[in-house]
Design a protein around this ligand. Structure first.
Ligand code: BJW
Length: 265
């Protein structure tokens, strides 16, 4: 584990001079915006309170679509009251600095785009998009202005809104996110793999690196010769082979690191 002041000059030089760079982000990058992670310490993450088999699987949604829809409605509603944090802005800044920068995220909250990052690769979909459960096709859908704002308490009490239906086939709608056992969007994952094979530096920010195939991307980057820089308050399975492991909140460390990398000397 290294702290920012201890970064070796030669390593900092590599960070400054790289041309092709990727960043893989996870829920931790949005934690300081107030969005819970999935596997937070002491049961604080979503999966400490909810069962992923119920809420992040097709089988769970089919068993109880109203509850599943309500969960995503609640999370969409939470997005209205959150803002990108300094980590999102630092990544947008790094995107402007490096000639080739690919931002790959597992997050579905759209906060990277809101912070100004361009061409973000979303591996697990986006909370704002929906598709037909039956036909698996995207559906243009807007939350009706009079839709109830689903709260955590309503979730618990079983006050779940009706699930809207597909205008084409009448089937139920579902969020356009990737659940366990589902394939990632093929083009998005192919682009992410190319970036991993091609990059000189791979930043891994705020992910437990437990969920595959996203977690394979830093492994690929390393195999193809990239320097791996991890930013996370906790150790993960990739900390032991990261070239630089910075332990702390991304909202503090990333802006400082971006400043060190991008400042004129
Ligand atoms: C901070 C911080 C701060 C806190 N600053 N950091 C065995 C081996 C390998 C694979 C498998 C296996 N068994 C099953 C699989 C496949 C499965 C998988 O990987 N399972 C593992 C859990 C074992 N993967 C899949 O099913 C994927 N599909 C697939 O493989 O298709 C092929 C296939 C098809 C058919 C059959 C089998 C395979 C799909 C995975 C989809 C994941 N979906 C979710 C939900 C998305 C929708 C939604 O949002 O509801 O994606 S689950 C959830 O986990 C979400 C996240 O994107 C994903 C990753 O989580 P992430 O981002 O890493 O968050 P956390 O909470 O885990 O970690 C947060 C981190 O932040 C922590 O480290 C903190 O310390 C840190 N942190 N504060 C910086 N301030």
């Amino acid at each position: 584990m290294t702290q920012l002041d201890d970064i070796a000059p030669a390593l900092l030089e590599r960070l400054r001079c790289a041309r092709r760079v990727m960043a893989l982000t996870g829920a931790g990058v949005s934690a300081e915006s107030g969005i819970p992670t999935f596997r937070g310490a002491d049961g604080a993450g979503f999966w400490g309170r909810y069962d992923p088999h119920d809420l992040a699987s097709r089988a769970g949604y089919e068993r109880n679509p109203q509850r599943g829809w309500a969960w995503y409605a609640m999370r969409r509603a939470q997005l209205h009251s959150v803002e990108p944090n300094p980590a999102h802005y630092a990544l947008a800044r790094l995107g402007d600095y490096y000639p080739g920068f690919t931002l790959v995220t597992q997050n579905v909250d759209g906060l990277h785009e809101r912070a100004g990052s361009r061409d973000v690769i979303e591996l697990h979909g986006n909370l704002a998009h929906v598709k037909c459960l039956v036909e698996d096709t995207p559906v243009a859908w807007n939350e009706p202005p009079d839709a109830p704002v689903v709260t955590e308490e309503m979730m618990e009490r079983g006050e779940w809104p009706e699930v809207p239906r597909c205008p084409q086939c009448g089937g139920l709608l579902r969020p356009d996110v990737v659940w366990f056992g589902e394939m990632l969007p093929a083009i998005a994952f192919a682009r992410a793999e190319i970036a991993a094979q091609d990059c000189q530096i791979c930043f891994v920010v705020g992910t437990s690196a437990e969920v595959y195939p996203a977690a394979s991307l830093p492994e690929t980057a390393r195999r193809w010769g990239a320097l791996i820089v991890e930013i996370n308050p906790e150790a993960t399975s990739l900390s032991r082979w990261a070239d630089l492991s910075l332990r702390g909140p991304a909202g503090v460390l990333l802006p400082a690191l971006a400043e060190m990398i991008t400042q004129k000397i």
